[in-house]
Design a protein around this ligand. Structure first.
Ligand SMILES: [Zn+2]
Length: 333
């Protein structure tokens, strides 16, 4: 993925709806003391008017973060996993092996790239629900192509997203969902093969979004949550301005319920990632991404993107927040 603009912004607190009583009390106290008006370092999504949030989405979820980290380690052990490589094929088989018995489809095609033609395969696992409509949770499993002949293993960029989806599948299978159907999508060909442009990037999701537009599926997607680079031990999920505001509000509220809100939305960026082909087709999307990986993002797309930079806690936070967000979406009008 890529940031087109990066800006660090402090947002004025716009209301109390999401903050709860404590935060409101603090805001009022600051005013009473004639302190400088609190421009919060925590981004607070506004525009909640489009969708009222449910008061209670039920018991808080908890993924098995140790198992998720084990998945990351196993994925990383394959080595670099760029499109067209033998390691990539091994990873495809690994993902399929974890989805035995699930309803799995693929969207495979040949991508025409500046480095030639490559097979690309999006892998889709469908978990049916009782409610009409689909929540898609996506993340890419390919790794950086230009670094394919280095020690690059993409523990965070590629590894963490692959693993979190495998763990979410463990929580979704074996029971009929009381809510929307959830489709997990391991996207492929996210990375550029030469350098990032609109045409050299997002090969898998561009294809999938077009396919789902043609067959009418896209109208049924209520939300598209993307997880990318979510394992950083120093977890700071960016507020992506290309994403949908009300969906950011839902995720922020979910994070707040779990006590994880300090890891969300302190920094605002415009991020180009696998959600864009769906954003462009009017699907509500949120990119859950920490694009500050190491000080000044120094580990991103370098051989330093290794397992020791990640933490089980970060995987826990993101996995739980995604599941809680889906529970909230299930109950929304
Ligand atoms: Zn990348």
């Amino acid at each position: 993925m890529k940031t087109s603009i990066v800006k660090v912004t402090a947002f004025a607190v716009g209301g109390c709806m999401l903050l709860g009583m404590m935060a409101c009390a603090r805001e009022k106290a600051a005013k009473a003391d004639n302190q400088p008006q609190a421009t919060s370092v925590t981004y607070l999504p506004t525009s909640l008017d489009q969708q009222p949030l449910p008061a209670d989405a039920g018991p808080l979820p908890s993924i098995d973060a140790n198992r998720t980290m084990q998945y990351v380690k196993e994925v990383v052990a394959f080595g670099p996993r760029p499109i067209g490589s033998a390691n990539h094929k091994k990873l495809e088989d690994y993902i399929y092996a974890h989805l035995k018995g699930d309803q799995v489809e693929d969207d495979s095609f040949t991508a025409d790239t500046p480095e030639g033609k490559f097979p690309v395969r999006n892998i889709i696992a469908k978990f049916p629900g009782t409610r009409e409509g689909v929540v898609v949770i996506a993340g890419h499993y390919d790794t950086n192509y230009p670094l394919r002949n280095t020690a690059y293993v993409g523990a965070n960029d590629g590894g963490s997203s692959t693993a979190i989806l495998l763990e979410l599948a463990n929580h979704l299978r074996g029971k009929k969902r009381e809510g929307y159907s959830v489709w997990l999508v391991w996207t492929d060909g996210e990375e550029a093969v030469k350098s990032w442009t609109a045409s050299d990037s997002l090969y898998g999701t561009k294809h999938l979004a077009e396919k789902w537009e043609k067959d009418g599926t896209i109208k049924n997607i209520k939300a598209f949550l993307l997880a990318d680079m979510i394992g950083d031990a120093d977890l700071n999920i960016d507020r992506d301005t290309n994403s949908t505001t009300w969906l950011a509000s839902v995720v922020y509220q979910a994070a707040t319920r779990l006590g994880y809100q300090s890891h969300f939305f302190a920094r605002t960026t415009a991020i180009e990632d696998d959600h864009l082909p769906f954003v462009q087709r009017g699907v509500p999307c949120l990119d859950i991404i920490d694009l500050d990986y190491g000080y000044g993002n120094v580990f991103h797309h370098t051989p330093q993107d290794t397992i020791d930079k990640l933490s089980t806690k970060s995987l826990q936070i993101v996995g739980d927040v995604i599941l809680e967000s889906v529970q909230m979406l299930d109950k929304m009008k």
